[in-house]
Design a protein around this ligand. Structure first.
Ligand SMILES: Cc1ncc(COP(=O)(O)O)c(C=O)c1O
Length: 372
């Protein structure tokens, strides 16, 4: 089945008890045993497993072409589970421009616990290869990256990981399974902040892992999920499941609109640089064309003159909402260096945009007046 059909139907059987087409939200934390002490529905206790989470996981796995999916309470909880599945003394190679929470967790939480990490420019396969040590167990990919939309060659990095006897994992939050399928490119684990495009409506925090194989790694990660307890609520599972049903059509709108905004910005005299892999002159365009079906709804641009003029563009925006995050119907704009704080590597004039589902002309006109 094609992805649009999977998005609508996977994990969405009519409720066997009532025939309800929209599935109920199972709030129960515990499940009754029969007189023979068996568990008629196969569920024991909600943290361990429950019908709402199981339905979400059944929806997620086929979208990425995986064998098994695990849902978490946030994107960070999903990433953390992958790192926690490693052992003290193990080594991780991660992108220098990884989502700042990912880098912070590796450095500040798992560093003292004994995990080591090297942060490299993942657009350079040679740099990735040089960073691998005999203790490397995982290479973490995030592409397109945040906030510069650098593009990593997923198949190239996955091959380097496997040659070194390590696993590879890819944060596919920005691209979504609609535009990029890391498991098909050789990656072992896909991670999502379902908070973003999969939820799709700026109203739920969640995360997910999808694994290519239902093997040893899946068992270990399932253990971390259920015993560690960073699990999503039943309502949150239901919201993400609902979001997934319209993901393919929402992504078309996000991509159409982002392309229009990127084209507009790339010829604006007050804009120094536009970061969008869909632009033919973008350094990541060729690799992105090979591994993505379209180029996504995220872009960033650098305003000439640095932080003060960039901040005043944000202040003047009327259709764009001044907020962090991404993947909802509303367009968002933020001055990324301010969000990342004093250690940021982000250029001072850079503005990051999540391009929403408004009419593209309204978005272009809003940026036009904000830049005037
Ligand atoms: C690429 C990426 N990965 C992971 C996360 C973390 O997700 P969450 O905020 O749900 O923990 C984010 C959040 O912005 C993100 O953009």
């Amino acid at each position: 089945m094609r992805i649009e059909t999977l998005a609508v139907h996977a994990g969405h059987e009519p409720d066997p008890a009532t025939g309800a087409v929209s599935p109920p939200i199972y709030l129960s934390t515990t499940f009754a045993r029969g007189e023979d002490l068996s568990l008629p529905g196969g569920f024991l206790y909600a943290r361990q497993d429950n019908p709402s989470r199981r339905a979400l996981e059944a929806a997620l796995a086929p979208l990425e072409g995986g064998a098994v999916a695990l849902a978490f309470a946030s994107g960070m909880a999903a990433s953390a589970a992958v790192f926690q599945s490693l052992l003290p003394g193990d080594h991780v190679v991660a992108p220098i421009d990884a989502y700042y929470g990912t880098a912070k967790f590796l450095r500040e939480v798992l560093g003292p616990w004994g995990l080591t990490a090297s942060f490299v420019d993942m657009t350079d396969l040679g740099a990735v290869e040089r960073a691998i040590t005999p203790r490397t167990r995982l290479i973490w990919i995030e592409t397109p990256s945040n906030p510069a939309l650098a593009v990593t060659d997923i198949a190239g990095v996955a091959a380097l990981a496997h040659a070194a006897g390590a696993r590879s994992a890819c944060d596919n939050t920005w691209a979504t399974p609609l535009l990029q399928r890391p498991l098909d490119l050789g990656v072992d684990i896909v991670m999502h902040a379902t908070t973003k495009y999969l939820g799709g409506h700026t109203d739920v925090t969640g995360g997910a892992l999808v694994l290519k194989e239902d093997g040893e790694a899946a068992v270990r990660l399932r253990g971390i999920q259920t015993v560690g307890g960073a699990v999503p609520s039943a309502f949150d599972c239901w919201l993400v499941s609902r979001g997934i049903r319209t993901l393919p059509y929402r992504m078309r709108g996000h991509c159409d609109n982002a392309e229009a905004v990127a084209e507009f910005l790339s010829s604006h005299p007050k804009v120094e640089k536009v970061h969008y892999p869909g632009l033919k002159n973008d350094p990541g365009h060729e690799v992105a064309r090979r591994q993505m079906s379209r180029f996504g709804g995220m872009l960033s641009f650098e305003v000439r003159g640095g932080a003060p003029p960039a901040l005043s563009v944000v202040s003047r925006a009327k259709v764009f909402t001044r907020a962090t995050s991404l993947g909802g119907p509303e367009s968002l704009i933020e001055h990324r260096a301010s969000v990342e704080g004093p250690e940021t590597r982000t250029p001072p004039g850079l503005l990051r945009c999540s391009i929403g589902l408004e009419h593209p002309d309204d978005l272009v006109e809003d940026l036009e007046q904000a830049l005037a």
